[in-house]
Every structure is written in structure tokens, then in C-alpha cells.
Design a protein around this ligand. Structure first.
Ligand code: PMP
Length: 358
């Protein structure tokens, strides 16, 4: 009998699956979720509406209603096309599938969202990572030189970046878009918490696509991402989209929540306020370094991240340990911004853990 080892490609055999640690009963500050539930009335409205949906039928595969709502809420340029994915992860995968061919390269900055590299491997694209500087700022000269040398077919730039939380200078991104002969995807997963967006530029550059997700503003469980760009590109990628990739319950729930977007916008504001407060608190810890954040998480460096991570876990708090994930992330932890209470709990536990190490 044939074994998986004989048939599966060696690079897949060598990979580990995307790891999601168990989080039951924990204060969950590891995955950049919105910590707030919906108001009761809205939850009831959703529950009733969801019960009436004909789940025996396939979804509306054109997503007309939902796309119309997204166009209105996000003020998408009329000339641009929009495509929906089962989370933006699916769209990253479709982009790579579309541009994969022998020798084609996928470029990203390092450290950044791990799925760029993983999906390059899935799709047999050659991965090219351009290191950020030690303080996680963009080395524009090295980046432009790499683009010139490697001629990547596909470039992903997370803006703001995950896991570092910072924005790169808009002017540098523009230079990258101009220099690239391939497609540049500006991944704006954290746009709701940021000061800037490339969406208005999408009609200016024919090789620019904007990627967004609804996950970080409060709909992570619904799985909806969308991509905006020139119809010439989007029409090609549509061919690679599995039919019905956005299910009926998600379509309905997202439409309902987009109709009440102010609820989520208010929660986003609260998270931004809480981030400011947490930044101030963290600044009082002498052995901790924090990096500037335009997202709903804060990257910090501590003397011994694995030990601090373990101590937080004992205290019932889950954060992301990035030690070992990349050479530049030695002793780094990524702290999602939660509710004020959660952030206080995290701060107290962090302070005790750091003091115990002094
Ligand atoms: N892009 C970036 C930069 C992210 O950090 C994430 C989530 N961690 C995603 C895309 C994927 O988000 P989703 O699949 O939930 O839309």
C-alpha cells in the first residue's frame, strides 16, 4: 500500500499545521479578536433571522446583496471589482493559485503574516522574504533591490503589519507598487484600528489589490474576507473561487451587522482607547520593550518570553508567544487588546511574572 510519505510532497510533510491552542476558560488575547459580544437586541434579531434561512438551498453565488452592502459601507470605488472569500486566508490562497507557475515567486516582508509563506509552499511558488530592520521598520532600499533581482509575481504587504503592529511609510509602499512588475496586495486586515489605507489608491495603480477582512472588527467566527481591485484581475481570480464559498448563514449575519455598523464602529473605538491605555501601562514596566501599534495588538519584548508566556497561561491568560517564530522575534510576545478588564488582568499578571524574574 502507498503511504502518505510516498505521495505527499516533502515540503508539505515537513510543515506543521497552523497551530491554534485550546482556549476554553482562558482570557483569550492571542488572536486579535474583538472581545465584545453584540448587544442583546441585535443578537435576538440575528437569531430570528438566521432561523428563517433556507439552509437546504445553496447560497446566492453572486453575493449581490452582500457586495452591495460592502460597497456602501466601505465606499469602494465604482470602477473597482470586489471578490469575497471564506476569510481573507482563502483569498490569499486563491491569489497564489492564480499566479503560481514554475519559477514564480511570492515575496513578503519578514516577519509578517505566516500564511503568506505557508500558502506559497502549498501552491509551489518560491517564497522570498525580505527582512525588516531590527526595530521592524521597512528597509526600502533592500526591498526595492529584492524586487528588482527576484521579479516576484506576487507581493504581500500587511499594512499595518502582523505580528509587529506597525504601519510602513505610505510613500515606501507606493515605491514598491511602482517598482513591482507583478501584483502587489496590500493586506489591510487591521485597517479599522489604523490611521491610513491604500483603498483610495486602488484605481490609480493597475497592479494593486486591497485585501480586507471582517474578522478583526467582530466577525471572526463568520469568516468573511474581501478583495478589491481592477476587474481585469478580479475576473481571473473569480475562476479559482470555489462556488458557494460564503455560506448562507454568514451572508445573512454579515448583511445584518453591516446594517448596524455603528455598533461595531463603537466597539472598535473602545478597542483603540483600550490600546492607548495599555500602551501607557506597559511603559511602566522597565524590563519590557513595546513596539508602536496601529492595530488591535501590541508586540512586546521581555527578558524570557517562553517563561512569561507560561506564567500568563498559569494565570489563565492566553497571548501569542513568538519566540522562535523568526530570528527578529526573539523573546517577543503579541498581546491582543481586549476589554479594559482583560487588559488590566494581563498587565497585572505580566508585571508579577516580570518581577519574579528580576
Ligand atoms: N491578513 C493578516 C495580516 C492577518 O493577520 C490575518 C489574521 N491573522 C489574516 C489576513 C486572515 O484573516 P481572516 O482569514 O480571518 O480574514
Amino acid at each position: 500500500m502507498t503511504t502518505p510519505e510516498q505521495l505527499i510532497r516533502p515540503e508539505i510533510l515537513a510543515m506543521s499545521a497552523y497551530h491554534v491552542p485550546p482556549a476554553s476558560k482562558m482570557v483569550k488575547l492571542d488572536a486579535m479578536e474583538n472581545p465584545y459580544r453584540l448587544p442583546t437586541a441585535l443578537r435576538q434579531q440575528l437569531g430570528q433571522g438566521l432561523g428563517d434561512i433556507a439552509i437546504n438551498r445553496y447560497p446566492d453565488a453572486g453575493y449581490g446583496e452582500l457586495k452591495g452592502r460592502l460597497r456602501r459601507i466601505y465606499n469602494l470605488p465604482e470602477q473597482a471589482a470586489v471578490m469575497l472569500g471564506n476569510g481573507s486566508d482563502e483569498l490569499i490562497q486563491i491569489l497564489a493559485m492564480g499566479l503560481a507557475r514554475p519559477g514564480a515567486k511570492l515575496m513578503s516582508l519578514e516577519p509578517s503574516f505566516v500564511m503568506y509563506r505557508m500558502i506559497a509552499t502549498f501552491c509551489q511558488m518560491q517564497y522570498v522574504g525580505v527582512p525588516l530592520r531590527e526595530d521592524f521598520t521597512l528597509d526600502i532600499e533592500a526591498t526595492l533591490a529584492t524586487i528588482e533581482r527576484e521579479q516576484p509575481a506576487l507581493i504581500f504587504i500587511a499594512y499595518p503589519n502582523n505580528p509587529t503592529g506597525n504601519h510602513f511609510p505610505a510613500e515606501h509602499i507606493t515605491r514598491i507598487i511602482r517598482a513591482a512588475k507583478g501584483l502587489v496586495v496590500v493586506d489591510e486586515a487591521y485597517e479599522a484600528f489604523a490611521r491610513d489605507s491604500f483603498l483610495p489608491k486602488v484605481t490609480e495603480f493597475p497592479n494593486l489589490l486591497i485585501l480586507r477582512t471582517l474578522s478583526k472588527i467582530g466577525m471572526a467566527g463568520l469568516r468573511l474576507g474581501f478583495m478589491v481591485g481592477a476587474p481585469a484581475w478580479i475576473n481571473e481570480f473569480e475562476k479559482l473561487r470555489p462556488p458557494y464559498n460564503v455560506n448562507v448563514l454568514t451572508q445573512y449575519a454579515v448583511e445584518t451587522l453591516l446594517d448596524q455598523i455603528d455598533v461595531l464602529r463603537e466597539q472598535t473605538e473602545q478597542i483603540k482607547q483600550a490600546r492607548m491605555q495599555q500602551v501607557e501601562r506597559l511603559a511602566t514596566l522597565p524590563t519590557l520593550t513595546q513596539y508602536p501599534s496601529d492595530a488591535n495588538f501590541i508586540l512586546v519584548r521581555v527578558p524570557d518570553a517562553p517563561a512569561v508566556h507560561a506564567a500568563l497561561k498559569v494565570a489563565g491568560i492566553l497571548v501569542k508567544n513568538l519566540h522562535g517564530a523568526h530570528p527578529l522575534l526573539q523573546n517577543c510576545l503579541r498581546l491582543t487588546v481586549g476589554t479594559s478588564e482583560e487588559n488590566q488582568l494581563l498587565f497585572d499578571a505580566l508585571k508579577s511574572a516580570l518581577m519574579a524574574m528580576d
